[in-house]
Design a protein around this ligand. Structure first.
Ligand SMILES: [Zn+2]
Length: 257
């Protein structure tokens, strides 16, 4: 989809569903590299990554320069750090079928780049420590994995409180945004964005309410549909992620888990 001034939405394979993601081409700069085979036909010299997860960095090595938030840089360039943050041991290998390559530069909140149009960095931690959204040409918002469908925080560097604050931070920009692009799923018109973000936040708070009920009854909430309606395959891994997410809520609630 052509968005004007050299800006192009590159929709990920299978509508950008995991393990693919939507990407945004801003002249020679590509935001995230998980769109799939379609990227073989696209020329880009620079990559900006929203965060370090495999479905967003898969084709980083095609670029001359990779730029990412300082807090996610290590996990983008090093399998060891990637593995440490997932904390699932050798099982992490099922997520990795791509080469890791060096990060050439880092950015922080408020930095901006000029690729013929401006690209502003908005640090939005929670889904990962260095997760960022990008405001392109002051009118297109790339949301990364503030994906408007399934808030996920199953790794060591995820933080639920930060995630909620980041949703609120992005919501403040909603008025000036013409189009918002989640890392997965369909694009959203600016006038729908605030409501979608509010519902997204409600999903997190609703999970927390249910977890509180379980914990107060002394029951284990894992595997009861609170986060994953049904644990995806391989269940061993996704049960672990759910446990991590429940644990993060239990810490916020000050309840034993
Ligand atoms: Zn992610």
């Amino acid at each position: 989809m052509n968005l004007g001034k050299g800006i192009r939405l590159i929709e990920g394979e299978n509508k950008g569903r995991y393990p693919f993601c939507n990407c945004l081409l801003v002249n020679g700069c590509l935001i995230d590299t998980g769109a799939g085979k379609v990227l073989n036909e696209i020329k880009f010299h620079t990559v900006l990554n929203s965060h370090w997860h495999e479905d967003h960095i898969a084709m980083n090595c095609k670029a001359e320069r990779v730029i990412v938030h300082e807090l996610d840089a290590k996990a983008v360039e090093s399998f060891e750090e990637f593995k440490r943050r997932y904390a699932i041991g050798e099982m992490v290998e099922i997520f990795v079928n791509f080469p890791f390559c060096r990060v050439s530069q880092t950015f922080k909140d408020g930095d901006s780049f000029d690729f013929g149009v401006s690209v502003e960095v908005i640090h939005t931690p929670g889904h990962s420590a260095g997760h960022c959204c990008f405001l392109v040409d002051g009118r297109i918002l790339f949301l990364g994995d503030i994906d408007l469908s399934f808030p996920w925080y199953g790794c060591l560097d995820c933080n639920v409180t930060d995630f909620i604050k980041s949703i609120d931070k992005v919501k403040k920009l909603a008025d000036e945004v013409e189009i918002a692009i989640p890392g997965h799923g369909s694009v959203v018109r600016g006038d729908e964005l605030a409501t979608k973000l509010e519902n997204y936040k409600k999903t997190i708070l609703e999970r927390e309410r249910k977890i509180e009920e379980f914990l107060k009854r002394g029951e284990d909430p894992v595997g009861k549909g609170v986060i994953y309606r049904k644990l995806p395959q391989p269940t061993e891994i996704f049960e672990h992620f759910e446990r991590v997410m429940v644990e993060k809520h239990s810490q916020r609630l000050g309840l034993k888990f």
